[in-house]
Design a protein. Structure first.
Length: 618
């Protein structure tokens, strides 16, 4: 049955393209080329865009940015260590990271390490709550994070240099150049960070030993108009990391560690876009590569490793039937191969999918979008996925949004093929599936915006590693989980004379219950609050950030937990702008009140620390 559905979807793509590309239609004049599709097909979802000023006020990792500006909870093994997300009570593998339209979650463990992503490399970063598996594939159950690069086809030549120095001998350097003409655009960005990362463990005589890290991130993008109807774009990103992993704080003692972790992630995307005012045709080819090496002893060149390659081809055809109806048909094929020290008999994957999206504006006030997706693969059976969302503009100041969808997550190479210390994979696993629903209300009055969203997620066949014999663990499809909660976002901004004031706050209430045990899932806080306020007078500005995380359980029986905590940061900035020179000096104090806290068990976070940063543009 699924193959019939897939054939129908593919036929729709081919027929639609052949039927409508014959027409001679006026040329679409594009100056700024960006991911407008994300906004166009997300009107029934909660979508949050982080501004440039917000990005600058945080450290350059995606973890730091989202921790203080969203309701997403992060499990970070100390600053700079591996970092994973929990979005709306789901696990790290159920939050998708989308890079210029491509899902970049690891094929080995299904997650994205948010400390490998530099926010300096992207022109806009968006958070999309709710299920997105139809459009973005495996893992987009709780929500998705979108990293986008824009192309500006106007005459400009811009350079940005950013250097920073902070506590624990932390040094950062960033350089980005942008060049554009009427038919050509290119940018290159390079980020480097080094830190001894030897902060004190408050209330103890210990420090974060063996925690030093180095990170290099390179980003390059190029676009060329072949003619007035055809645009060729190329995106590339490479991350190289060299991080030592510190030990655990166990009561009044510190476990020693000399572990080291080296990883390299690279991704390249080539896209050909043909467009008119009535249709847009995209053909994309992408290659994603990941590799890690783990050293039990950083003084010896002996290590275990894992790596994967993912080759993706995708064809996307969007047709505007009239002012009220749009149809989007997508086919894509992925070839995935993984291997490593502990992956036994790992099979390569061939995944072919067809997607159909229909958007209809019934009136000026109400529109809806229906999506359907079917996959075929050689490794597992994939469910038929669907999504329906809509938006109703009750008035100019009040909107109602809703969405419902069926989503999934495929088993990873770790889940299927791992055969290493303490564990054994299970090749008989089936994908996790979920049904979710969401309704939101948005109020806007001049300088004030308020949104309230309620959601429910039911996940079946949750993949969970459990003990099967002695100390050997294996993954099975056992759990059913209900996640539900509410999110509130309030924003206020105003300006007068040479002054500006802005305030943003987010609150998340999350219940994520294992139906078998009636226990809250581990590392899911019941409450999370983030707030920030900034004030600008002429060239001077000041800002304050606040984070509250409620307590989280760290064992499945809910017998052990980490206490809740609140952390405050404060910063001052001076901006100078002239015809020949533009620069910003930022001074920031993190953990202002020197709080002792953890977001992962037995791994204290840094004490009060400082940073000074210079951004120079010319």
């Amino acid at each position: 049955m699924k193959y019939r559905i897939l054939c129908i979807l593919v036929t729709v793509v081919i027929f639609t393209q052949q039927s409508f590309t014959q027409e001679n239609i006026n040329i679409l004049d594009e100056v700024l080329v960006s991911d407008t599709k994300l906004n166009k097909f997300s009107e029934g979802y909660k979508l949050s865009k982080l501004s440039d000023s917000v990005i600058r006020q945080n450290d350059n990792s995606l973890t730091g940015l989202l921790r203080y500006n969203s309701t997403i909870y992060f499990r970070e093994n100390g600053i700079g260590g591996t970092s994973s997300a929990s979005f709306r009570g789901t696990g790290a593998s159920q939050t998708a990271v989308i890079w210029n339209g491509i899902n970049i979650n690891s094929q080995l463990n299904g997650q994205t390490d948010f400390n490998t992503i530099s926010v300096n490399n992207y022109d806009n970063i968006l958070i999309r709550g709710g299920g997105g598996s139809v459009q973005y594939g495996s893992g987009a159950i709780g929500g998705s994070i979108h990293l986008n690069n824009d192309f500006r086809f106007v005459n400009h030549f811009e350079n940005t240099i950013r250097i920073a120095h902070g506590s624990f001998n932390t040094n950062e350097a960033h350089y980005k150049v942008k060049f554009g003409r009427e038919k050509v655009y290119s940018d290159v960005g390079v980020d480097y960070l080094y830190s001894d990362n030897d902060y004190k463990y408050l209330g103890t005589p210990f420090r974060n030993e063996n925690g030093d890290l180095r990170k290099l991130n390179i980003n390059a993008n190029t676009g060329v108009f072949i003619n007035e109807k055809n645009l060729l774009k190329f995106y590339h990103n490479t991350f190289i990391g060299d991080r030592n992993f510190s030990g655990l704080l166990l009561g009044n003692s510190l476990s020693s560690s000399n572990d080291k972790f080296k990883d390299t992630n690279s991704r390249s995307l080539l896209e050909w876009k043909n467009f008119t005012k009535q249709y847009t045709s995209r053909l994309s080819v992408a290659h994603l590569h990941e590799m890690f090496r783990f050293f039990d002893n950083n003084e010896i060149e002996e290590y275990s490793f894992g790596k994967s390659n993912n080759l993706i081809t995708k064809y996307d055809f969007l047709y505007k039937i009239n002012e009220d109806i749009q149809v989007n048909a997508i086919t894509d094929y992925s070839w995935i191969q993984g291997e490593g020290t502990n992956f036994i008999n790992a099979e390569s994957r061939n995944i072919f999918s067809g997607t159909l999206i229909f958007k209809h504006a019934l009136s000026k006030k109400f529109n809806y979008t229906f999506n359907v997706r079917q996959e075929a693969t050689n490794v597992y059976d994939s469910p038929l996925l669907f999504a329906l969302d809509g938006k109703y503009n009750v008035s100019d100041n009040y909107k109602i949004k809703f969405n419902t969808s069926k989503n999934y997550r495929i088993p990873t190479y770790n889940d299927l093929y791992w055969l290493g210390p303490g564990g054994e994979g299970n090749p008989d696993l089936v994908p996790e599936t979920s049904i979710q629903g969401e309704i939101g209300q948005e109020f806007s009055f001049k300088d004030f915006l308020l949104s309230v969203t309620a959601y429910y997620i039911n996940t079946e066949d949750l993949i969970r590693w459990i003990p099967v014999s002695g100390s050997v663990w294996s993954p099975v499809n056992v759990d059913e989980v209900n996640s539900y909660g509410a999110e509130i976002n309030a924003e206020y901004s105003t300006s007068w004379s040479k002054n500006a004031l802005s305030f943003i706050t987010n609150y998340g209430y999350t219940k994520s219950i294992n139906k078998e045990t009636d226990n809250q899932l581990i590392y899911v806080p019941l409450h999370k609050v983030t707030s920030s306020v900034s004030f600008t007078h002429k060239s001077l500005s000041a800002y304050y950030q606040f984070l509250y995380n409620g307590s989280v359980f760290i064992t499945t029986d809910n017998a052990n937990e980490i206490d809740g905590y609140d952390v405050s940061n404060v910063g001052l900035a001076y901006t100078h702008s002239s015809k020949h020179m533009n620069f910003i000096i930022d001074v920031k104090a993190n953990n202002l009140f020197n709080k002792n806290y953890q977001n992962v068990g037995f791994r204290p976070m840094p004490n009060r620390n400082y940073q000074i940063q210079l951004t120079y543009k010319f």
